[in-house]
Design a protein around this ligand. Structure first.
Ligand code: ZN
Length: 82
């Protein structure tokens, strides 16, 4: 996807999903289960840090940051209330 297409797509979808939400929407099977588990048990005090999870998502082509993961876990990301 080109930058222009990405920009148009973003404009068409206000409040689109954040990186974690994109992963949840696109992953299937054990990848989806692993992401659900990781989101439930990541961050301060857990074995997996937000930045580790963000790096793992990048290997799947989903660009996000530790800050973005933290916002998803807090429920304050662009995925909206859950
Ligand atoms: Zn989110």
């Amino acid at each position: 996807m080109s930058f222009a297409e990405a920009l148009t797509g973003a404009a068409k979808k206000p409040g689109g999903k954040c990186g974690a939400g994109q992963g949840l929407a696109t992953f299937t099977g054990k990848d989806h289960a692993a992401l659900v588990d990781a989101l439930a048990g990541c961050g301060p005090g857990h074995a997996v840090s937000y930045s580790q999870l963000a790096r793992a998502l990048k290997t799947e082509g989903i660009i996000t940051t530790s800050y973005g993961i933290g916002r998803h876990v807090d429920g304050s990301c662009s995925c909206g209330p859950r």
